[in-house]
Design a protein around this ligand. Structure first.
Ligand code: NAP
Length: 287
Protein backbone atom coordinates (compact mmCIF):
# COMPACT_ATOMS: atom_id res chain seq x y z
CA UNK A 1 0.00 0.00 0.00
CA UNK A 2 1.18 3.53 -0.72
CA UNK A 3 0.11 6.85 0.74
CA UNK A 4 -2.11 7.32 -2.30
CA UNK A 5 -4.28 4.34 -1.38
CA UNK A 6 -7.83 4.96 -2.42
CA UNK A 7 -11.29 3.49 -2.76
CA UNK A 8 -13.44 3.53 -5.90
CA UNK A 9 -16.92 5.02 -5.49
CA UNK A 10 -19.99 3.68 -7.33
CA UNK A 11 -19.54 6.59 -9.77
CA UNK A 12 -16.27 4.99 -10.89
CA UNK A 13 -14.21 7.81 -9.33
CA UNK A 14 -11.34 7.16 -6.90
CA UNK A 15 -11.29 8.79 -3.49
CA UNK A 16 -8.22 8.78 -1.19
CA UNK A 17 -8.54 6.59 1.91
CA UNK A 18 -7.14 9.38 4.07
CA UNK A 19 -8.74 12.80 3.81
CA UNK A 20 -8.13 15.94 5.85
CA UNK A 21 -10.92 16.92 8.26
CA UNK A 22 -11.47 20.64 8.66
CA UNK A 23 -14.14 20.96 11.35
CA UNK A 24 -13.10 23.67 13.84
CA UNK A 25 -10.35 25.00 11.56
CA UNK A 26 -11.23 28.62 11.43
CA UNK A 27 -9.89 31.85 10.06
CA UNK A 28 -7.96 32.26 6.84
CA UNK A 29 -4.52 31.97 8.48
CA UNK A 30 -5.21 28.79 10.45
CA UNK A 31 -6.82 27.15 7.41
CA UNK A 32 -3.97 28.23 5.11
CA UNK A 33 -1.21 26.88 7.36
CA UNK A 34 -3.05 23.57 7.91
CA UNK A 35 -3.83 23.07 4.21
CA UNK A 36 -0.20 23.81 3.29
CA UNK A 37 0.99 21.21 5.83
CA UNK A 38 -1.64 18.71 4.66
CA UNK A 39 -0.69 19.03 0.99
CA UNK A 40 2.97 18.72 1.95
CA UNK A 41 2.19 15.55 3.97
CA UNK A 42 0.39 14.00 0.99
CA UNK A 43 -3.30 14.60 1.74
CA UNK A 44 -5.26 14.89 -1.50
CA UNK A 45 -8.80 14.91 -0.06
CA UNK A 46 -10.38 17.66 2.06
CA UNK A 47 -13.62 17.50 3.99
CA UNK A 48 -15.60 20.65 4.76
CA UNK A 49 -19.25 21.64 5.20
CA UNK A 50 -21.39 24.75 5.02
CA UNK A 51 -21.79 24.64 8.81
CA UNK A 52 -17.99 24.68 9.35
CA UNK A 53 -17.98 28.23 7.93
CA UNK A 54 -14.57 27.67 6.35
CA UNK A 55 -15.47 26.79 2.74
CA UNK A 56 -14.27 30.15 1.40
CA UNK A 57 -11.00 30.01 3.36
CA UNK A 58 -10.39 26.40 2.31
CA UNK A 59 -11.10 27.17 -1.35
CA UNK A 60 -8.81 30.22 -1.28
CA UNK A 61 -6.02 28.27 0.39
CA UNK A 62 -6.28 25.41 -2.10
CA UNK A 63 -6.39 27.67 -5.16
CA UNK A 64 -3.30 29.48 -3.90
CA UNK A 65 -1.36 26.43 -2.66
CA UNK A 66 -2.00 23.80 -5.33
CA UNK A 67 0.54 25.28 -7.81
CA UNK A 68 3.15 25.52 -5.00
CA UNK A 69 2.80 21.76 -4.49
CA UNK A 70 2.81 21.04 -8.25
CA UNK A 71 -0.87 20.09 -8.18
CA UNK A 72 -4.03 21.03 -10.06
CA UNK A 73 -7.72 20.94 -9.12
CA UNK A 74 -8.05 17.47 -10.66
CA UNK A 75 -5.45 16.13 -8.21
CA UNK A 76 -7.61 16.80 -5.18
CA UNK A 77 -10.93 15.46 -3.92
CA UNK A 78 -13.17 18.01 -2.26
CA UNK A 79 -16.17 17.16 -0.07
CA UNK A 80 -18.74 19.58 1.30
CA UNK A 81 -22.15 19.21 2.91
CA UNK A 82 -25.64 20.65 2.93
CA UNK A 83 -26.40 22.33 6.26
CA UNK A 84 -29.46 21.21 8.27
CA UNK A 85 -31.03 24.66 7.83
CA UNK A 86 -31.07 24.25 4.04
CA UNK A 87 -32.83 20.88 3.78
CA UNK A 88 -35.67 20.71 1.27
CA UNK A 89 -36.57 23.63 -1.00
CA UNK A 90 -33.34 25.56 -0.29
CA UNK A 91 -31.04 22.62 -1.06
CA UNK A 92 -30.18 23.46 -4.66
CA UNK A 93 -29.35 27.08 -3.90
CA UNK A 94 -27.31 26.04 -0.85
CA UNK A 95 -25.28 23.47 -2.81
CA UNK A 96 -24.52 26.02 -5.52
CA UNK A 97 -23.54 28.48 -2.79
CA UNK A 98 -20.99 25.92 -1.49
CA UNK A 99 -19.56 25.52 -5.01
CA UNK A 100 -19.22 29.28 -5.25
CA UNK A 101 -17.78 29.74 -1.72
CA UNK A 102 -15.11 27.15 -2.53
CA UNK A 103 -14.41 29.04 -5.76
CA UNK A 104 -14.39 25.79 -7.74
CA UNK A 105 -16.32 24.72 -10.85
CA UNK A 106 -17.50 21.56 -9.13
CA UNK A 107 -17.45 19.65 -5.84
CA UNK A 108 -16.23 16.03 -5.93
CA UNK A 109 -18.61 14.80 -3.25
CA UNK A 110 -21.56 16.60 -1.69
CA UNK A 111 -23.40 15.13 1.28
CA UNK A 112 -26.63 15.77 3.13
CA UNK A 113 -24.97 16.55 6.47
CA UNK A 114 -27.76 15.46 8.79
CA UNK A 115 -31.06 13.61 8.32
CA UNK A 116 -33.04 16.33 10.13
CA UNK A 117 -33.95 19.90 9.34
CA UNK A 118 -32.91 22.73 11.63
CA UNK A 119 -35.95 24.18 13.40
CA UNK A 120 -38.08 21.05 12.85
CA UNK A 121 -38.69 18.74 15.84
CA UNK A 122 -36.62 15.52 15.61
CA UNK A 123 -39.74 13.30 15.60
CA UNK A 124 -41.61 15.37 12.98
CA UNK A 125 -42.24 13.40 9.73
CA UNK A 126 -41.48 16.63 7.80
CA UNK A 127 -37.81 15.68 8.24
CA UNK A 128 -38.31 12.77 5.86
CA UNK A 129 -40.02 14.89 3.19
CA UNK A 130 -37.33 17.56 3.44
CA UNK A 131 -34.42 15.18 3.00
CA UNK A 132 -36.24 13.52 0.06
CA UNK A 133 -36.54 17.00 -1.49
CA UNK A 134 -32.87 17.69 -0.84
CA UNK A 135 -31.91 14.42 -2.53
CA UNK A 136 -33.84 15.32 -5.71
CA UNK A 137 -31.97 18.65 -5.84
CA UNK A 138 -28.63 16.88 -5.38
CA UNK A 139 -29.53 14.38 -8.12
CA UNK A 140 -30.17 17.27 -10.49
CA UNK A 141 -26.86 18.99 -9.70
CA UNK A 142 -25.11 15.64 -10.02
CA UNK A 143 -26.62 15.21 -13.51
CA UNK A 144 -25.35 18.71 -14.38
CA UNK A 145 -21.83 17.79 -13.23
CA UNK A 146 -21.70 20.43 -10.48
CA UNK A 147 -21.59 17.66 -7.85
CA UNK A 148 -19.50 14.78 -9.17
CA UNK A 149 -20.80 12.39 -6.51
CA UNK A 150 -23.58 12.73 -3.94
CA UNK A 151 -24.11 11.04 -0.61
CA UNK A 152 -25.33 11.37 2.94
CA UNK A 153 -24.00 11.70 6.46
CA UNK A 154 -25.31 10.65 9.88
CA UNK A 155 -28.05 8.49 8.33
CA UNK A 156 -29.26 5.51 10.37
CA UNK A 157 -30.08 2.15 8.73
CA UNK A 158 -33.75 3.27 8.57
CA UNK A 159 -32.88 6.57 6.84
CA UNK A 160 -30.67 4.65 4.39
CA UNK A 161 -33.41 2.15 3.60
CA UNK A 162 -35.92 4.88 2.73
CA UNK A 163 -33.40 6.70 0.54
CA UNK A 164 -32.26 3.57 -1.28
CA UNK A 165 -35.87 2.62 -2.03
CA UNK A 166 -36.84 6.01 -3.47
CA UNK A 167 -33.75 7.46 -5.14
CA UNK A 168 -32.98 7.63 -8.87
CA UNK A 169 -29.25 8.11 -8.20
CA UNK A 170 -28.02 5.92 -5.34
CA UNK A 171 -25.79 7.56 -2.72
CA UNK A 172 -22.08 7.10 -3.42
CA UNK A 173 -21.08 7.37 0.24
CA UNK A 174 -22.27 7.43 3.84
CA UNK A 175 -20.12 9.41 6.30
CA UNK A 176 -20.69 8.53 9.97
CA UNK A 177 -18.89 8.42 13.30
CA UNK A 178 -16.76 5.26 13.39
CA UNK A 179 -14.01 4.10 15.74
CA UNK A 180 -13.40 1.06 17.99
CA UNK A 181 -16.04 2.24 20.48
CA UNK A 182 -18.64 2.64 17.69
CA UNK A 183 -18.25 -0.10 15.08
CA UNK A 184 -21.55 0.58 13.25
CA UNK A 185 -21.95 -3.07 12.23
CA UNK A 186 -25.46 -2.74 10.76
CA UNK A 187 -24.70 0.42 8.78
CA UNK A 188 -21.56 -1.17 7.36
CA UNK A 189 -23.57 -4.18 6.25
CA UNK A 190 -26.19 -1.99 4.53
CA UNK A 191 -23.46 -0.04 2.74
CA UNK A 192 -21.64 -3.17 1.64
CA UNK A 193 -24.84 -4.77 0.28
CA UNK A 194 -25.82 -1.62 -1.59
CA UNK A 195 -22.42 -0.61 -2.97
CA UNK A 196 -22.29 2.56 -0.86
CA UNK A 197 -18.84 3.59 0.40
CA UNK A 198 -18.75 3.71 4.22
CA UNK A 199 -16.56 6.58 5.50
CA UNK A 200 -15.47 7.32 9.09
CA UNK A 201 -15.48 10.61 10.90
CA UNK A 202 -14.15 11.35 14.42
CA UNK A 203 -11.81 8.33 14.18
CA UNK A 204 -9.80 9.80 17.06
CA UNK A 205 -12.93 10.26 19.16
CA UNK A 206 -12.40 14.01 18.81
CA UNK A 207 -8.98 13.55 20.39
CA UNK A 208 -10.36 11.67 23.43
CA UNK A 209 -9.92 8.09 22.21
CA UNK A 210 -6.14 8.45 21.83
CA UNK A 211 -6.01 8.41 25.66
CA UNK A 212 -7.86 5.07 26.00
CA UNK A 213 -5.60 2.56 27.85
CA UNK A 214 -6.18 -0.27 25.34
CA UNK A 215 -5.42 2.02 22.39
CA UNK A 216 -2.26 3.21 24.17
CA UNK A 217 -1.17 -0.37 24.88
CA UNK A 218 -1.68 -1.47 21.27
CA UNK A 219 0.27 1.60 20.13
CA UNK A 220 3.15 0.77 22.46
CA UNK A 221 3.15 -2.82 21.19
CA UNK A 222 3.58 -1.79 17.56
CA UNK A 223 5.73 1.30 18.20
CA UNK A 224 3.21 3.68 16.66
CA UNK A 225 1.16 6.48 18.16
CA UNK A 226 -2.39 5.94 19.46
CA UNK A 227 -3.76 8.13 16.65
CA UNK A 228 -1.99 6.02 14.01
CA UNK A 229 -3.39 2.85 15.58
CA UNK A 230 -6.95 4.23 15.48
CA UNK A 231 -6.63 5.39 11.88
CA UNK A 232 -4.90 2.21 10.75
CA UNK A 233 -7.66 0.13 12.42
CA UNK A 234 -10.13 1.78 10.01
CA UNK A 235 -8.09 1.91 6.80
CA UNK A 236 -6.97 -1.68 7.26
CA UNK A 237 -10.67 -2.57 7.01
CA UNK A 238 -10.96 -0.47 3.84
CA UNK A 239 -12.77 2.36 5.64
CA UNK A 240 -11.73 5.89 4.57
CA UNK A 241 -10.88 8.32 7.41
CA UNK A 242 -10.81 12.10 7.88
CA UNK A 243 -8.44 13.00 10.73
CA UNK A 244 -8.45 16.67 11.66
CA UNK A 245 -5.45 18.46 13.11
CA UNK A 246 -4.20 22.02 13.18
CA UNK A 247 -0.72 20.85 14.18
CA UNK A 248 1.89 20.21 11.47
CA UNK A 249 3.51 17.27 13.26
CA UNK A 250 0.17 15.57 13.94
CA UNK A 251 -0.98 16.26 10.36
CA UNK A 252 2.06 14.26 9.15
CA UNK A 253 1.61 11.59 11.82
CA UNK A 254 -2.02 11.00 10.81
CA UNK A 255 -1.00 10.33 7.20
CA UNK A 256 1.82 7.88 8.04
CA UNK A 257 -0.40 4.80 8.04
CA UNK A 258 0.79 2.73 5.12
CA UNK A 259 4.14 1.35 6.24
CA UNK A 260 2.78 -0.84 9.03
CA UNK A 261 -0.20 -3.04 9.77
CA UNK A 262 -2.00 -4.16 12.89
CA UNK A 263 -1.89 -7.84 13.78
CA UNK A 264 -5.25 -9.63 13.76
CA UNK A 265 -5.15 -9.90 17.56
CA UNK A 266 -4.66 -6.12 17.90
CA UNK A 267 -7.57 -5.45 15.53
CA UNK A 268 -9.76 -7.81 17.55
CA UNK A 269 -8.73 -6.19 20.82
CA UNK A 270 -9.66 -2.76 19.53
CA UNK A 271 -12.93 -3.93 17.96
CA UNK A 272 -13.89 -5.48 21.31
CA UNK A 273 -14.05 -1.92 22.73
CA UNK A 274 -17.34 -1.36 20.88
CA UNK A 275 -19.84 -0.09 23.45
CA UNK A 276 -21.85 2.15 21.12
CA UNK A 277 -20.25 5.30 22.53
CA UNK A 278 -20.75 8.48 20.46
CA UNK A 279 -18.41 11.45 20.79
CA UNK A 280 -20.45 13.37 18.25
CA UNK A 281 -24.17 13.92 17.50
CA UNK A 282 -26.77 11.13 17.57
CA UNK A 283 -29.25 10.87 14.68
CA UNK A 284 -31.21 7.89 16.00
CA UNK A 285 -34.31 9.94 17.00
CA UNK A 286 -34.65 11.83 13.70
CA UNK A 287 -37.87 10.76 11.93
P1 NAP B 1 -11.05 13.68 15.16
O1 NAP B 1 -10.35 13.75 13.86
O2 NAP B 1 -11.50 12.39 15.72
O3 NAP B 1 -10.15 14.39 16.28
C1 NAP B 1 -9.66 15.68 16.15
C2 NAP B 1 -9.02 16.06 17.48
O4 NAP B 1 -7.93 15.19 17.74
C3 NAP B 1 -8.49 17.47 17.51
O5 NAP B 1 -8.72 17.97 18.80
C4 NAP B 1 -7.00 17.28 17.26
O6 NAP B 1 -6.28 18.31 17.90
C5 NAP B 1 -6.73 15.95 17.88
N1 NAP B 1 -5.67 15.21 17.16
C6 NAP B 1 -5.47 15.15 15.82
N2 NAP B 1 -4.44 14.36 15.51
C7 NAP B 1 -3.96 13.89 16.69
C8 NAP B 1 -2.89 13.04 17.02
N3 NAP B 1 -2.12 12.51 16.08
N4 NAP B 1 -2.68 12.76 18.34
C9 NAP B 1 -3.45 13.30 19.30
N5 NAP B 1 -4.49 14.14 19.04
C10 NAP B 1 -4.75 14.42 17.74
O7 NAP B 1 -12.34 14.63 15.23
P2 NAP B 1 -13.31 15.38 14.26
O8 NAP B 1 -12.70 16.71 13.85
O9 NAP B 1 -14.61 15.38 14.95
O10 NAP B 1 -13.46 14.45 12.97
C11 NAP B 1 -12.63 14.55 11.85
C12 NAP B 1 -13.32 15.19 10.66
O11 NAP B 1 -14.49 14.45 10.29
C13 NAP B 1 -13.86 16.60 10.94
O12 NAP B 1 -12.85 17.57 10.94
C14 NAP B 1 -14.86 16.73 9.82
O13 NAP B 1 -14.20 17.03 8.60
C15 NAP B 1 -15.47 15.33 9.81
N6 NAP B 1 -16.67 15.24 10.67
C16 NAP B 1 -17.88 15.10 10.09
C17 NAP B 1 -19.03 15.05 10.86
C18 NAP B 1 -20.37 14.90 10.22
O14 NAP B 1 -21.39 15.10 10.90
N7 NAP B 1 -20.43 14.53 8.97
C19 NAP B 1 -18.95 15.13 12.26
C20 NAP B 1 -17.68 15.25 12.83
C21 NAP B 1 -16.56 15.29 12.04
P3 NAP B 1 -5.21 19.21 17.08
O15 NAP B 1 -5.97 19.91 15.99
O16 NAP B 1 -4.69 20.16 18.15
O17 NAP B 1 -4.14 18.28 16.56
Amino acid sequence: MSSTSSVVLNTGVSMPLVGFGTYKLCGSEEVYIAVDAALQAGYRAFDTAAVYRNEADLGRALRDLLPKHGLTREDIFLTSKLGPKDQGERAMEAALHSVSELGMDYIDLYLIHWPGTQGVAVGDPCNQGNRAGSWVALEELHAQGKLRAIGVSNYTPAHMKTLLQSCKTPPALLQVEFHPRLCQTELRRVCEEQGVCFQAYSSLGKGELVKHPVVMEVAKGCERTPAQVLLRWAVQQGVPVLPKSSNTTRIQENMALFDFSLAAAAVERLTALDDGHKYCWDPSEVA
